[in-house]
Design a protein around this ligand. Sequence first.
Ligand code: ZN
Length: 248
Amino acid sequence: MTVLAQALEELVTANRILACEGVVDSFGHASIRHPDRPDHYILSRARAPECIEIEDLMEFAADGTPADPRGRKPYAERFIHGAVYEARPDVRAVVHHHSPSVIPFSVTAVRLTPLMHMCAGIGTGIPTWDSRTKFGDTNLLVTTMEMARDLAGALGDRPVALMRGHGAVVAGVSLREVVFNSIYLQLNADLQMKATALGQPMFLSDGEVAAVLRTRSSFTFERAWEGWCHRAGRPYDSRPMEGPLAKV
Ligand SMILES: [Zn+2]
């Protein structure tokens, strides 16, 4: 199997996993930087993630122009992905989702902050991007490169940014990493709500977050990915991967 073919299979798997784990419903999407053309990315046509097949995957230029549309309708919010790849040469995979668990943290002053070791990858100081600040009253969807670049600016060099009243964007060096951090972002949000109901949570310190990430091996992602593949009914590919699927 070529690197591209393997990447496409993994992208289908990522969408199915995110749906199976409840991070996305019929909306939200995952993309990879194109393994052969780094100024392009690959993202499904506009379709519910749990239904996505190989033939749904489309190639886009960084500005969101489809390379070979063949009548397929792209996601209106595909610009999010292009803007992040444009701003972050280190990023090789992006997830945009509307996890209901994170929404309360996007509309209040309470900061979503890692409080469990498995969630350290979401990082501290997670920003919230508010579309209204620069673009006024909109339908909140990121449907232009101008909006997407503003969002990418808020993300900066972080792994996660929340989007006020909308959802989140998660960026990373591999598809397995962004899926991992998307799932644990949702879990951290759920745990933070529960802990706050009991009292003031004790969050991970910056040093603890750094220590978790420093000692985390690729096996962590593989162990999680295999389990999620099984649950989503997708084959687990344990072969070493290059490019956008590289293990961390
Ligand atoms: Zn959205």
